[in-house]
Design a binder for this molecule. Structure first.
Ligand SMILES: [Zn+2]
Length: 91
């Protein structure tokens, strides 16, 4: 599944999906690490960030499904849209 990110509402630059492990929250019964991963979209040009989306992940998190990425992309795209509306209203 491809994540479709709209262009940055501030500079029109290309956005990229980022993710990093934020903190270890424990282990499952079978001893697998469980971490909180934060996903966010970031503009490559002005580095403004979208609203981060956090979720607990472990080795069963399938990066191909991009569950967290999709959520973060949703809020990024929603902000781009609302920023566009404001601009239209102003003129
Ligand atoms: Zn930008």
């Amino acid at each position: 599944m491809d994540i479709d990110l709209k262009r940055c509402p501030f500079c029109g630059g290309k956005a990229k999906m980022m993710s990093r492990e934020e903190r270890l929250v424990g282990e499952t019964e079978s001893g697998d690490k469980c971490v909180v991963t934060v996903f966010y979209a970031r503009c490559n040009k002005c580095f403004s960030r979208g609203k981060p989306f956090r979720m607990k992940t472990n080795k069963y998190y399938d990066p191909k499904k991009k569950t967290g990425e999709a959520k973060a992309a949703e809020s990024w795209n929603a902000r781009v849209e609302s920023a566009g509306e404001k601009q239209t209203n102003r003129t």
